[in-house]
Ligand binder design. Structure first.
Ligand code: NCN
Ligand code: DMD
Length: 337
């Protein structure tokens, strides 16, 4: 594939040109939904989900046949500040675990019939510690965005982006604080499980990062200054999915921070996304509120890897199976109200 973009401005231009949903297919799906053998609205959010999916796939009676889970891994210089309960080498060790099929996301992908790919991004070269300077150069960010962009399969009809990166809840918190303001502790949580002293230290790091980088540029610039390679790759994949009209299920706090960088850069950039779940990471619910997304599931997960979103594939499959498979009142000879 020829390189889709060579600079951040070219990536911004692609975001600005992103296609909308097919309104005709959406309207036809709404009409079909009204004729199905159930009381109006009785399938609750499943009805909205099926109509949303139909609009993005451009057909009133869609199938969901090829879901793809893609997991990106990156290392973070900010781990030098002691922000995680786990050592940085766990990122690489977990990549091996993903490759050998031993992680939670391997099992969930299999359980919901999704393909799964893992992309490790320059693990030997952590991003710069963003309390000292920008996490990435422009070219490093372009490379990470391109990794995500290129990871999306042409035949994919639903995308889940997951991540693995020790230290990345600090990156996500710093992104959210830079984008939405408030206090550093509004956005800082325990991640893999830091104790009270660890949480206080992490909050200091987020505050210092925002003081250094806040208020400078759009969401893409925030991503360059405070993101990580796997965070950027998720943003690139979500943007590529949009260009192909592939619906996306967002995962937890880090995935949503990546998505927020797109939303802050271009209005409507996440119209092709639904929120798979509410993570137990303290600020995820608030971040979902900023994105205007209502989570499908709330199961106390705080794993990442795309795990909550992968579970929500099952919900979406259920919604589409009902929408596309049910008989209408006329077909079934059932009296409508
Ligand atoms: O998805 C979430 O909401 C989530 C919440 C807490 C932790 N994580 C995972 O834990 C790792 C980051 O935690 P930490 O404490 O190292 O910043 C990273 O690999 C994430 O996938 C993920
Ligand atoms: C073991 C482990 C697995 C993970 N998966 C995603 N983030 C993780 C963090 C840790 C520490």
């Amino acid at each position: 594939m020829t390189q889709a973009f060579r600079s951040l401005d070219e990536f911004r231009a692609l975001l600005a040109q992103a296609p909308a949903a097919d309104l005709t297919a959406r309207k036809e799906a709404e009409a079909r939904n009204g004729q199905l053998t159930k009381p109006p609205g009785a399938l609750g959010r499943l009805e909205d989900l099926a109509i949303w999916y139909a609009g993005w796939r451009g057909t009133a009676r869609p199938e969901l046949a090829a879901p793809q889970v893609v997991v990106f891994a990156g290392n973070h210089g900010v781990t030098a500040q002691g922000v995680s309960a786990f050592p940085a080498e766990v990122t690489e060790q977990m990549v091996l675990n993903f490759e050998h099929g031993g992680a939670a996301i391997n099992q969930l992908s299999k359980a919901f019939g999704a393909s799964m790919d893992v992309h490790a991004l320059s693990l030997d070269t952590p991003t710069a510690d963003f309390t000292q300077g920008p996490a990435m150069s422009e070219q490093e960010l372009v490379a990470a965005l391109l990794t995500g962009w290129s990871a999306v399969g042409d035949e994919t009809d639903l995308l889940v982006t997951g991540e693995m990166g020790i230290g990345n809840t600090t990156s996500a918190a710093a992104i959210a604080h830079a984008l939405y303001g408030g206090a550093a502790d509004d956005w800082t949580g325990r991640g893999t499980g830091v104790d009270d002293a660890g949480l206080a230290n992490k909050t200091r790091v987020v505050a210092e990062a925002s003081a250094l980088h806040g208020g400078q540029g759009d969401g893409i610039e925030v991503l360059r200054r405070l993101g990580g390679r796997e965070v950027a790759a998720m943003a690139g994949a979500i943007a590529r999915a949009r260009s192909l009209r592939i619906p996306v299920i967002l995962d937890g706090f880090i995935c949503c921070a990546a998505a927020a960088c797109l939303a802050a850069t271009e209005d409507g950039a996440l119209d092709h996304c639904v929120a798979g779940h509410a993570s137990a990471e303290a600020a995820h619910q608030a971040l979902l509120g900023k994105l205007g997304k209502e989570p499908l599931l709330s199961l106390g997960l705080r794993l990442g890897e795309g795990s909550g979103a992968a579970l929500a594939i099952g919900v979406l499959k259920g919604a589409i199976a009902c929408h596309s498979g049910m008989a209408t009142f006329a077909e079934a000879g059932v009296s409508d109200g």
